[in-house]
Design a protein around this ligand. Structure first.
Ligand SMILES: *[C@@H]1O[C@H](CO)[C@@H](O)[C@H](O)[C@H]1NC(C)=O
Ligand SMILES: *[C@@H]1O[C@H](CO)[C@@H](O)[C@H](O)[C@H]1NC(C)=O
Ligand SMILES: *[C@@H]1O[C@H](CO)[C@@H](O)[C@H](O)[C@H]1NC(C)=O
Ligand SMILES: *[C@@H]1O[C@H](CO)[C@@H](O)[C@H](O)[C@H]1NC(C)=O
Ligand SMILES: *[C@@H]1O[C@H](CO)[C@@H](O)[C@H](O)[C@H]1NC(C)=O
Length: 396
């Protein structure tokens, strides 16, 4: 009885197993046909190309998991592909290829404020670059002069252009200005939005780890020395060139608000040209500040101009020793009034440019006549005579 019962149960079990298998085979073949149908459907649909690629990636991953461990280890191409991917990612991390991105200002400034804790030890060959940052409303009338200035030195500079949203810089693909526009925001001249734009330029330029010095320029600025001289002057300087002075008049201390206390005291208040030049370290300090800019945002409104006071004051409070406190951009205030003199075609002479190049100041604790590398303001009509003079006076 036991045996029969046992056999009977065994037979029944085997029968059930058989039926189960049959069902499984049916289901599997149905699945195979179903999946094949999907694949064929997707393959024939050109619109679904991307989806198909991701699906086939999924399938190949599954196939890989079926391969035994040893054959995985033997296949060098698999290992090399992984290394290639990491290498590319690192390259992109230190040298972002494209300047277009969708980061918000908060995300961008946060990302740009990150500093490698291992100082002076870059794990890649680093060619020190100067970042030229153009803050402009629209066109750059001095573009041909700058192109002449940059020609042949491509390894040693980066360009960033912040124009008003909607403006598209129209340059040919072989221009160093091609693809240099950064995502921008509207700038109301004289408001704190100007400082926001400066920080946006700095932050974008900081993403490139080779950038060591950062110059802010306007559409009316020109270079008065050649690239080699400018590069050497900036990269060998122990100081940043952020103009900073205490002006007791209503155009200086008069713009201070007592409501800025206790964060900013009147004796800490400074004035200076917005057209700065700074070392990477200083640039990181500037993009990292939140607190002091918010004080300016609240209490520095016309006739207080944040672009003339925020950076000089902030540096004076915390990092004064890093700045030469003078500007490397020449400007003429001799006519008086709220705007500096503008030079037009008829004003451009050899003697005039030479006079900008010949001054007295200190550079790395030594006296020098080379004080200004750039000059403003120049009207579009000055371009032609400047191009004519550049090889004679500016040596480029
Ligand atoms: C490694 O993988 C590649 C591509 O998948 C294949 O062509 C090659 O035969 C494989 N080599 C070995 C040693 O398995
Ligand atoms: C610039 O001014 C700061 C004070 O803000 C001072 O500490 C520093 O020594 C000055 N720089 C030079 C090069 O004199
Ligand atoms: C430029 O030249 C014109 C004509 O000679 C003169 O009136 C003007 O003052 C000059 N501008 C400057 C800034 O020197
Ligand atoms: C610079 O200093 C020298 C010597 O003190 C002087 O002769 C010259 O006129 C000065 N140049 C300028 C532009 O101030
Ligand atoms: C260019 O410079 C030369 C010599 O300095 C002068 O004769 C010529 O008129 C200038 N041309 C222009 C377009 O300014």
């Amino acid at each position: 009885m036991k045996n029969i019962m046992g056999r009977g149960r065994g037979e029944r079990e085997e029968g059930e197993k058989y039926m189960g298998l049959l069902k499984l085979v049916q289901i599997l073949s149905f699945l195979v046909v179903f999946v094949a149908g999907i694949i064929i459907g997707l393959a024939t649909s050109s619109h679904m190309n991307q989806f198909f690629t991701s699906q086939s990636l999924l399938f190949s991953t599954n196939r890989f998991s079926a391969i035994s461990q040893s054959s995985m280890e033997q296949n060098c191409t698999v290992v090399q592909t992984c290394e290639d991917v990491d290498y590319l990612r690192f390259e992109k991390f230190i040298h972002p290829e494209k300047l277009s991105h969708k980061l918000s200002d908060e995300q961008l400034l946060w990302r740009a404020s990150m500093v490698p804790y291992r100082e002076d030890e870059y794990p890649f060959e680093r060619t020190v670059k100067v970042a030229f940052m153009f803050l402009t409303r629209g066109p750059l009338p001095m573009l041909p002069l700058w192109e002449k200035f940059f020609k042949g030195h491509e390894k040693y500079f980066s360009i960033y252009v912040h124009a008003l949203p909607g403006y598209k810089l129209d340059v040919s693909q072989d221009s160093p200005f091609y693809g240099t526009q950064i995502p921008s925001q509207n700038v109301d001249w004289g408001t704190v939005e100007m400082v926001d734009a400066e920080k946006r330029l700095l932050a974008n330029a900081l993403l490139e780890f080779s950038n060591e010095r950062f110059v802010l320029l306007s559409e009316s600025c020109i270079p008065v020395y050649n690239f080699q001289t400018v590069y050497k002057y900036l990269t060998c300087s122990a100081y940043s060139f952020v103009e900073s002075y205490d002006n007791p008049s209503r155009y200086g201390r008069g713009r201070y608000s007592r409501r800025m206390r206790p964060d900013i005291k009147i004796h800490q208040w400074r004035k200076g040209s917005q057209w700065f030049e700074m070392h990477r370290k200083v640039a990181i300090y500037v993009v990292s500040d939140v607190k002091y800019l918010s004080v300016f945002r609240k209490y520095c409104k016309p006739a207080c101009y944040p672009d003339e006071h925020y950076i000089p004051t902030y540096l004076n409070i915390f990092h004064g020793s890093l700045s030469a406190n003078r500007s490397v951009t020449w400007v003429d205030w001799s006519l008086g009034g709220p705007h500096p003199a503008t030079y037009r075609a008829e004003n451009i002479t050899e003697g005039f440019i030479k006079s900008i190049r010949d001054n007295n100041c200190s550079y790395n604790e030594e006296q020098t006549t080379k004080c200004y590398l750039f000059a403003r303001k120049f009207a579009p009509s000055a371009l032609k005579p400047l191009l004519n003079l550049s090889s004679i006076v500016m040596e480029f």
